[in-house]
Design a protein around this ligand. Structure first.
Ligand code: FAD
Length: 486
C-alpha cells in the first residue's frame, strides 16, 4: 500500500515525485511507456518561458513565473543542461508594437523581472542575423532554454535516489475507490494487477481526461494539438543567441527560432489538431508552414543542416487554463491536467502546490532527514586533460568514443544503463547521454549502443528495443546454421 501513486512520468509527474521525496512518504510512479519523459515532455520547444504571455491571475501566470525561477535552481542542483539566454518577441508592424506593449504590461503584472521594450536598433544589435524589417521587440532576460527530457529524468532519478519507486510499462486501466484507499488497476506486458494507495495524482498528460473518468465523469476533454519542428545541427546553433518569438496570435505563441540547451537550432512549432492523441507524425504541409513563418524572423536559415523533424502534442482542453486540484467527489484524487505550454516551465512550481494540497487533505508530511537534493553528471567535456586521463586509466571505457558526433564514450553509456531509472533502450540512452543525438542521428553508433545495452543487461541482442516494447531492431541471425561471421 502506497501513500501516493502518481500516474504519468512526464515532467509534471517527475516534479511531483521529486518534491514528495523530500518527505517520509511512500510514493510510486506508474507510467504506461517504456521510459520516463516519453510523452509530450520529450517533444516540445524546451523554452523556460519568462511569463508575460499568460493572463494575469491565472494558474498559468502564477506557475510560469514561479517555475521559471525554480528551474534555474533545479538545473544547477541536478546538473541539467540549461542556459538563461533571454527571449525577444518581434514586432513586424505598428499593430504588433501595440501588442508588445500589452505583453509588457501583462508581464509586469505577473511579476516577470527585467522586461524591456527595445527599439529596432537595440534588437538588431542583440541579434544581427534577423530580418531588418522589424519594428522593435519585447526583451525578457529571465527566459531560458532547457533540455526538457533531461530535466524530467534528472528529477525522477533524484526522486528514486530518495526512495520513490518507478514502474514503467504499467498502464493504469481502472481505478476503484474504497473508503480510505484507491485500488489502481494496472496492465503490464504480462498481467493485470492492483496497486493500492491512499492518494492518487493524475499527471497523465494527454490522457488525464481518460484517467479522471475512471473515478467520476470528467468535465473536461483533452484534444491533442500538434506542433511540428525542425532541429538543425550545432553548425547552425549560433545563428541567433536568444529565443526569438513572433507576436503571439489566438493560435498560440507562433513559430520560434532558438538555440537549444545543447547548441542546436530549433525552429517551430505550427499548431493543428492531431488525428489522435498518439499521432505524432510530421507532415510536409506543417513543416512548410514552419519554414514559411520562420523566414519572417530569419531568411538565412540553412535547412541543409536539418538533422531531425519531430512533433509533440499539446493537451488542449475547453478551458484556457491548467486544471489543477482535487476531484469533485474525492479530495484524495488530484488532477494535474490540461498542462499545455508553459507546462514544462511551470511543472516544478505546480509540484510545490500539489504537495501542499496533499497535506491539506490529510497526508502527514515529515521532512526526510537524509534527503539528498543534488546530482552530478560525469561530463567529460568539463574535465581537464589530466582528469580525463586519470579517469580513462581507472576505467578505459571512458576512452572509447561510441557516438562520434556528440563524443559520447562507452563509460557514459554504461552509466546511463545503470542509472537510478535505467536506460534500457536506444532512445532512453539517447535521452540521457545524447548518444545518437548528433548530426548522423545514430547512424553510426546505434548498433554499438545495442551491443552495450545487451551486454550490460545480459539480454540477447534481439531483446534490445529502439523505444517501446514492440519496437524491435534485430529479429534474428540471417545465416543460421552456416558460418558465423561475427
Ligand atoms: C509543441 C509543444 C511545444 C511546447 N513548448 C513548451 C515550451 O517551450 N516551454 C514550456 O514550458 N512548455 C512547452 N510545452 C508544454 C510542455 O511540453 C507540457 O506542458 C509538458 O511536457 C506536459 O508534461 P506532463 O507531465 O503533463 O505530460 P507528459 O509529458 O505527456 O506525461 C504524461 C505521462 O503520462 C503517461 N500516461 C498517460 N496515460 C497513462 C496511463 N493510463 N497509465 C500510466 N501512464 C499514463 C504518458 O505515457 C506520459 O508519459 C510545449 C508543448 C508542445 C506540445
Amino acid at each position: 500500500m502506497y501513500d501516493v501513486i502518481i500516474i504519468g512520468a512526464g515532467v509534471c509527474g517527475a516534479s511531483i515525485a521529486r518534491e514528495l521525496s523530500k518527505y517520509e512518504v511512500n510514493v510510486a510512479v506508474v507510467e504506461k511507456n517504456n521510459d520516463l519523459a516519453s510523452g509530450t515532455t520529450k517533444a516540445n520547444s524546451g523554452i523556460v518561458h519568462a511569463g508575460y504571455d499568460p493572463e494575469p491571475g491565472t494558474l498559468m501566470a502564477k506557475y510560469n513565473v514561479e517555475g521559471n525561477k525554480l528551474i534555474e535552481v533545479l538545473c544547477k542542483d541536478l546538473d541539467v543542461p540549461y542556459k538563461k539566454v533571454g527571449s525577444l518577441v518581434l514586432a513586424f508592424d505598428e499593430k504588433d508594437l501595440l501588442h508588445l506593449q500589452k505583453l509588457y504590461e501583462r508581464g509586469v503584472e505577473n511579476g516577470v523581472p527585467g522586461l524591456k521594450l527595445l527599439t529596432k536598433e537595440e534588437v538588431l544589435e542583440k541579434e544581427p542575423s534577423i530580418n531588418k524589417e522589424i519594428h522593435g521587440a519585447l526583451y525578457a532576460p529571465s527566459a531560458g532554454v532547457v533540455g526538457p527530457y533531461e530535466l524530467a529524468i534528472a528529477l525522477m532519478d533524484n526522486a528514486v535516489e530518495n526512495g520513490t519507486k518507478v514502474f514503467l510499462n504499467h498502464e493504469v486501466v481502472n481505478i476503484h475507490q474504497e473508503q480510505d484507499k484507491f485500488k489502481v488497476e494496472v496492465k503490464t506486458a504480462k498481467e493485470t494487477k492492483v496497486m493500492e494507495a491512499r492518494y492518487v495524482i493524475n499527471a497523465a498528460g494527454l490522457h488525464a481526461d481518460d484517467v479522471y473518468n475512471m473515478i467520476e465523469p470528467t468535465d473536461f476533454h483533452i484534444i491533442a494539438n500538434k506542433g511540428q519542428y525542425y532541429l538543425l545541427d550545432q553548425a547552425q546553433g549560433g545563428l541567433v543567441s536568444h529565443v526569438i518569438f513572433q507576436c503571439p496570435t489566438a493560435k498560440g505563441k507562433g513559430v520560434l527560432v532558438s538555440p537549444t540547451a545543447h547548441g542546436n537550432l530549433i525552429i517551430g512549432p505550427d499548431a493543428a489538431d492531431a488525428s489522435a492523441k498518439h499521432d505524432v507524425a510530421t507532415s510536409q504541409g506543417g513543416l512548410d508552414y514552419v519554414r514559411q513563418m520562420a523566414a519572417l524572423t530569419c531568411s538565412n536559415i540553412v535547412y541543409r543542416d536539418n538533422i531531425r523533424n519531430f512533433s509533440g502534442n499539446r493537451a488542449l482542453t475547453n478551458r484556457d487554463e491548467f486544471i489543477i486540484g482535487p476531484a469533485k467527489t474525492n479530495a484524495h484524487f488530484i488532477n494535474v491536467a490540461g498542462i499545455k505550454s508553459p507546462g514544462l516551465t511551470s511543472a516544478p512550481a505546480i509540484a510545490v502546490d500539489i504537495v501542499k494540497m496533499l497535506e491539506d487533505s490529510g497526508l502527514s508530511l515529515a521532512a526526510k532527514a537524509e534527503f539528498k537534493g543534488t546530482r552530478k553528471v560525469k561530463s567529460l567535456e568539463k574535465l581537464t586533460k589530466e582528469e580525463l586521463q586519470a579517469l580513462i586509466k581507472e576505467n578505459p571505457a571512458y576512452g572509447r568514443i561510441i557516438c562520434r558526433c556528440e563524443k559520447i564514450t562507452e563509460g557514459e553509456i554504461v552509466e546511463a544503463i545503470h542509472s537510478p531509472v535505467p536506460a534500457t533502450t536506444v532512445e532512453a540512452v539517447k535521452r540521457r547521454v545524447r548518444a545518437g543525438a548528433g548530426r548522423c542521428q545514430g547512424g553510426f553508433c546505434s548498433p554499438k549502443v545495442v551491443e552495450i545495452i545487451a551486454r550490460e543487461l545480459n539480454i540477447p541482442l534481439e531483446a534490445v528495443r529502439q523505444e517501446d516494447l514492440d519496437s524491435y531492431i534485430l529479429i534474428g541471425k540471417t545465416n543460421k546454421g552456416g558460418v558465423d561471421h561475427e
